[in-house]
Ligand binder design. Sequence first.
Ligand SMILES: C[S@@+](CC[C@H](N)C(=O)[O-])C[C@H]1O[C@@H](n2cnc3c(N)ncnc32)[C@H](O)[C@@H]1O
Length: 152
Amino acid sequence: MYIEIIIPGKLSKHLRDAFDFYLGKIKRFAKVKVTFIKLGGDLNKLSRGVILKNEAKEILSKIKGRKFVLLDLFGKQIDSLEFSKFLDMQMLEGEIVFVIGGPLGVDEQLRRLSLKRISLSKFTFTHEMVLILLLEQIFRGFKIINNEKYHY
Ligand SMILES: C[S@@+](CC[C@H](N)C(=O)[O-])C[C@H]1O[C@@H](n2cnc3c(N)ncnc32)[C@H](O)[C@@H]1O
């Protein structure tokens, strides 16, 4: 199983331990690649719309026509069991691509093109926190699929 996560920006130092921790945990279930793309510009010089379009262009160039799941505040809230079923189903395809928006959110084009939009809760998290939360849910999902003790 191959999982790719595309996210604008860089991971802050204070989250690196959590990032490495969950990547290490997932590696026996799947190969995970996290692709950081450059931010779409400086809000002091460009409008939010232009920045989001720049990021969408860069993200789409990495997606190269593949299906992707968007992490989106306005997406559907699902629970960990449903997420694990989705992971299990995608295993038949052999690949899942997730996209997380940048600090300013996502361009509508990405919403339109996405296969599915998932909301983790009604709270707004930083995009970097969403990366860590997503990795933990992926790990949890594999533990559920494999009937291993972790999800209570
Ligand atoms: C700081 S948020 C951007 C908030 C922005 N107001 C918006 O409308 O998306 C950065 C990114 O993190 C992700 N994100 C933040 N909170 C989320 C949540 N509760 N569920 C799913 N994704 C979330 C989304 O991909 C979002 O584009």
